[in-house]
Design a protein around this ligand. Structure first.
Ligand code: HEM
Ligand SMILES: *[C@@H]1O[C@H](CO)[C@@H](O)[C@H](O)[C@H]1NC(C)=O
Ligand SMILES: *[C@@H]1O[C@H](CO)[C@@H](O)[C@H](O)[C@H]1NC(C)=O
Ligand SMILES: *[C@@H]1O[C@H](CO)[C@@H](O)[C@H](O)[C@H]1NC(C)=O
Ligand SMILES: *[C@@H]1O[C@H](CO)[C@@H](O)[C@H](O)[C@H]1NC(C)=O
Length: 331
């Protein structure tokens, strides 16, 4: 028995990179897989043609990956009998989507250069591409990340913010990652594209902070519209647009916040809270200032690392070493 355990232990560690903090840099794959970035962009573009919302859904993956133990594609691991991963944590269940777009990008990259490009880097490239292809800014991404060997639902539940979160809570949370108030507001501007569920806003429509009343900061005409979309006791999976131009990455989101037309509570409080309001007002007036701050925030968020060992996964949904371990177990 002990012998078997040792063999399995050996197999589990095969190919893993014993990393501390990895140095990330632009052009990391310029020798080993020069076409990687073009391939990923092509896949994102094709998917957007099929389903425009996939851009937003893919971009969101960077946030949910990087905040939980660094940008290591831990988010993409499917649950196993031994491991509850992040996909079913409170913030992700019935909400995160377009995992299959990342799978498609990974498969295409593997065809060109097998075993070279990490899933974690594909998320980072794909998020950037989704922004560019939606009309937002372009930037050079730093690459060289490794994929995690594990994932934790509990860690995700402990970290990811609730749609009820207010600006004060979010300032605190972001500061734990060395992200500033400016980063928080700029990165929230990602809600310039995409949709959210009624489930995420019914509390503010009907019972804000347990008052039994709606959030008074919602503009009345907008509230009427949201009440129709999300009636009390209705289907929590119905979705509404996060801003008035949900397929265009622009500063409309900030214009909406100033007009009391933020979709999520976490959005609108960025305008009502005096600590964050200045940035909201600035980005509403000046789209270039928003774009610049957004890029800076995405790069900082992309720098988050756990320092744990990792590997280049072959399939983003499973750890490589599961395969030999399973094979062995069947003998
Ligand atoms: C500041 C704290 C944040 C909170 C509290 C938050 C919360 C949420 C919530 C509740 C939704 C809707 C989910 C649903 O109803 O199913 C959502 C959607 C979204 N979030 Fe955030 N978010 C935050 C920051 C970010 C960041 C930093 C990014 C990316 C850089 C991001 C990107 C997105 C995108 C693109 C969507 C739409 C996804 C889609 O249409 O599939 N969010 N967010
Ligand atoms: C934030 O910065 C401090 C000081 O530079 C550093 O010690 C810490 O590890 C950083 N935290 C994160 C999550 O990057
Ligand atoms: C509103 O929320 C409070 C506190 O969470 C709860 O006690 C109360 O029953 C809720 N009211 C309604 C009408 O749902
Ligand atoms: C949304 O749909 C899923 C899967 O169909 C279901 O399990 C879940 O309960 C629904 N969520 C809400 C809030 O209605
Ligand atoms: C808008 O922001 C950009 C980038 O920060 C800055 O260079 C420019 O001067 C600003 N424009 C105005 C009109 O303030």
């Amino acid at each position: 028995m002990m012998h078997i355990t040792l063999v399995i232990f050996f197999l589990l560690n095969l190919g893993a990179i014993q990393a501390e903090i990895v140095e990330l840099r632009p052009g990391f794959y310029s020798e080993t897989c020069p076409e990687a970035e073009d391939i990923v962009r092509g896949v994102i573009k094709r998917n957007m043609e099929r389903e425009p919302r996939s851009a937003a859904s893919v971009m969101r993956l960077q946030f949910h990956d990087c905040f939980v133990n660094g940008c290591d594609a831990s988010l993409l691991l499917d649950d196993t009998p031994e491991m509850l991963g992040e996909k079913l944590c409170l913030s992700n269940i019935n909400s995160l989507r377009s995992y299959e777009v990342v799978d498609e990008a990974k498969e295409a990259v593997e065809m060109a250069c097998p075993g070279v490009v990490s899933c974690a880097d594909i998320i980072i490239m794909a998020a950037r591409d989704a922004v560019v292809l939606s009309g937002g800014p372009n930037w050079e991404v730093k690459l060289g990340r490794i994929d995690s060997l594990t994932a934790s639902q509990e860690d995700a539940d402990n970290i990811m913010p609730s749609p009820r979160a207010d600006a004060t809570t979010l300032i605190d949370l972001f500061s734990k990652f060395n992200l500033s108030v400016k980063d928080l507001v700029a990165l929230s501007g990602s809600h310039s594209i995409g949709q959210g569920r009624c489930f995420s806003i019914v509390f503010r429509l009907y019972n804000q902070s347990g008052t039994g009343r709606p959030d008074p900061t919602i503009e009345p005409k907008f509230r009427e519209k949201l009440d129709k979309l999300c009636p009390l006791g209705g289907d929590g999976n119905v979705t509404g647009d996060l801003d008035a131009t949900p397929q265009v990455f622009d500063n409309q989101y900030f214009k909406d916040l100033v007009n009391g037309r933020g979709f999520l509570n976490s959005d609108e409080t960025l305008f009502t809270n005096p600590e964050t309001r200045g940035y909201v007002v600035q980005y509403r007036r000046n789209e270039s200032a928003f774009f610049e701050a957004f890029v800076e925030g995405m790069i900082k968020m992309g720098d988050l690392q756990s320092g744990r060992p990792g590997e280049i996964r072959r399939n983003c949904r499973v750890v490589n070493s599961w395969e030999p371990a399973k094979l062995f177990a069947s003998y």
